[in-house]
Design a protein around this ligand. Structure first.
Ligand SMILES: Nc1ncnc2c1ncn2[C@@H]1O[C@H](COP(=O)(O)OP(=O)(O)O)[C@@H](O)[C@H]1O
Ligand SMILES: [Mg+2]
Length: 172
């Protein structure tokens, strides 16, 4: 089974991906590395300060079976299940500050998190195969929840639409 682990930057995809690899021996692929290694991009977006990714080329990449595909574009891939990490906007802002993101990037990402941008994109493509994990708490807890979804344990607990950050709109 292929699983996409997606979410706004700073929600913990890479860190949780490492825990899944170390703790449970899963094969985890950072799709940003695949994009760079195979040059699946069409240029650089000066305004948004990021790569313009060629999603068609990325989708056609021959990923092997039984993988966790980690990255904020992974829900655009042909996968069996999508896990969207969600983080409280106040905590997310703090994490992005620690990562030394620019003020513009921090605001852009916090706003995207509040507006459910990645969740909506994931739902549009994968419907009821989309699950949500609130990764605001401890890392160990969050990784455990992601692991439970991967194993298919009691999936109803994680149906999409549980994280509502609209009360934080004024913080964006
Ligand atoms: N519950 C949590 N889940 C995931 N990351 C967390 C959590 N609590 C704190 N963090 C921290 O947040 C940061 C997330 O960064 P990273 O994994 O690079 O995010 P992403 O790959 O989604 O951009 C890390 O420094 C991580 O240690
Ligand atoms: Mg990452």
């Amino acid at each position: 089974m292929k699983i996409a682990l997606t979410g706004t930057p700073g929600t913990g995809k890479t860190t949780i991906g490492k825990i899944l690899r170390d703790r449970y021996g899963l094969k985890v692929v950072d799709i940003n590395e695949v994009i760079r290694a195979h040059q699946y991009y069409a240029g650089w977006d000066e305004y948004r300060d990021c790569l313009i990714v060629d999603l068609e080329a990325l989708r056609a990449h021959p990923f092997s079976e039984d993988l966790v595909l980690e990255g904020h574009l992974s829900h655009n891939l042909l996968v069996d299940r999508v896990i969207v990490l969600r983080t409280n906007p106040v905590a997310l802002r703090r994490r992005l500050q620690q990562k030394a993101f620019s003020a513009k990037k921090i605001n852009e990402n916090v706003e995207a998190e509040i507006l459910d941008v990645i969740l909506v994109e994931a739902l549009a493509q994968h419907g009821n195969a989309v699950y949500e994990v609130d990764s605001t708490g401890t890392l160990s807890e969050s990784a455990q929840l992601v692991w439970e979804i991967i194993q298919g344990h009691w999936l109803e607990r994680f149906v999409a639409g549980q994280c509502d950050w609209t009360a934080y709109l004024n913080d964006a």
